[in-house]
Design a protein around this ligand. Structure first.
Ligand code: AMP
Length: 426
């Protein structure tokens, strides 16, 4: 069986690495991939951009790809799955219509409200109907969100209503390009965040192992928001009670409602949740794909064959398969380039990858490229070092031992990934 993975980040390296473990798979292509995916067994990078939908379809047809797994949201929102299906190809990911759940925050908020699925109270505005007086009458803090895809940057938490008005206006003025033509302003929710990620086949929901990510740049969850500085699995914040509530109050109603509206959801479905003190899960956002960096620790724990699970989902048989998990914990620490999350420096030579490869655990590549025989930085988040252990603390130690072997000019990382889970362990 030949598998195509679309994307070039740490998530896609973990997907390709996991697929390469399947005895059914003879060849893996990654479009466009990174320096790490090129090194996995039976795996090669193909020079096609993740959002070049016609190019991807042509490649999959020419190479007789049996299964395609889509990593990032961009191609999904562009309709890559629809294009593959129209060409008679099997592609695991939601249709363009279902991917609106991530592609438009206004769409997803209206969807949640229509179906009574818990989420923060909100209003949606365009420049034409913006009502600053309404905003100034709301209780702060307020959260202002650009409607469209903004590479994880389109969310601003505003301490005052006046700041929310200013932020909204800046979005209308093009701070996030066309993504900010519509803006959602919502109530600030208190609680602890958790990610809930599942595979969905249109009808059934197969929850994956629980995880939690760390979005802030600096230790103790300080500093600016990022794409994610690390993640671990399992996440004790998702107790069995919260798991149950998230399935009953969020995942099943969402999947049922999408099917009822004629846009059945097939693919990874990621709900970002805020868990209130009383255990109520409210949806902060949906993502229409696996999380990055959650994928790296979650897949490090998956024992089942990922291709079998994806095919079961494409056949609507997810209720008849189970995912088998390594009982150990996994911790993934992101190593970012100097300057991240703002302007990042590219082209720094990464040292120590060979030494790290001799240690237990796994270093996934994200923003890396080859320059001659050197692996160099090529993006904001460069690597993700994943350790496993009987406890989160032990997994954390293994991950930081990997980190200790690696260096480049300007490398930055958090030193406390997993601290909430470790606090619960002790
Ligand atoms: P989002 O991309 O919508 O998940 O937002 C990014 C981050 O902003 C989330 O992970 C939360 O930390 C924060 N956030 C978003 N919406 C809210 C909210 N309504 N209340 C509190 N924090 C929020």
């Amino acid at each position: 069986m030949k598998v195509l993975v679309i994307g070039s980040g740490g998530r896609e390296h973990a997907l390709a690495w996991k697929v390469a473990q399947s005895p059914r798979v003879t060849e893996i292509h990654v479009a466009p991939g990174n320096a790490g995916t090129a090194l996995e067994p039976r795996t090669r990078n193909v020079d096609i951009a993740a959002d070049d939908v016609p190019g991807l379809v042509r490649h999959a047809l020419a190479e007789r790809i049996d299964l395609t797994i889509v990593g990032p949201e961009g191609p999904l929102v562009l309709g890559v799955t629809d294009a593959f299906e129209a060409a008679g190809l099997r592609c695991f990911g939601p249709s363009r219509a279902a991917a609106q759940l991530e592609g438009s925050k206004a769409f997803s908020k209206d969807f949640l409200r229509r179906h009574g699925i818990p989420t923060a109270a909100y209003a949606t505005f365009t420049r034409g109907d913006f009502d600053p007086a309404w905003v100034l009458a709301q209780r702060a803090p307020l959260v202002v969100k650009a409607d469209g895809l903004a590479a994880g940057k389109g969310v601003v938490i505003c301490a005052t209503a006046a700041e929310a008005v200013e932020t909204t206006q800046a979005m209308f003025d093009g701070r996030y390009g066309t993504a900010g033509e519509r803006v959602v302003i919502e109530e600030f929710l208190e609680g602890e965040e958790a990610s809930f990620i599942a595979m969905v086949d249109g009808t059934h929901v197969l929850p994956l192992a629980t995880s939690q990510d760390h979005k802030r740049l600096r230790d103790a969850d300080e500093g600016p928001n990022t794409g994610g500085m690390g993640a671990y699995s399992p996440a004790p914040v998702v107790t069995s009670e919260i798991h149950e509530r998230a399935m009953h109050e969020v995942m099943w109603p969402t999947v049922r409602a999408l099917a009822a509206e004629g846009t059945p959801y097939v693919g990874f479905l990621y709900a970002g949740l805020m868990i209130a003190a009383d255990g109520t899960p409210k949806v902060l956002e949906f993502n229409c794909r696996f999380g990055d960096p959650e994928t790296q620790p979650i897949l490090a724990r998956l024992r089942s064959d990922l291709t079998v699970l994806c095919e079961a989902a494409l056949d609507g048989r997810l209720s008849r398969v189970e995912a088998d998990w390594d009982p150990r914990a996994a911790v993934g620490v992101v190593l970012a380039a100097g300057g991240y999350p703002d302007a990042v420096r590219k082209g720094d030579v990464i040292h120590g990858l060979e030494a790290a490869a001799r240690l237990p655990g796994k270093v996934f590549h994200a923003g890396t490229a080859m320059r001659g025989s050197d692996v160099v930085t090529y993006g904001g988040r460069v690597l993700c070092a994943v350790g496993l252990g009987d406890t989160v603390r032990a997994a954390q130690k293994q991950a930081y031992d990997l980190v200790g072997a690696i260096c480049w000019d300007g490398m930055q990382y958090r030193r406390d990934i997993g601290y909430r889970a470790i606090a619960r362990e002790t």
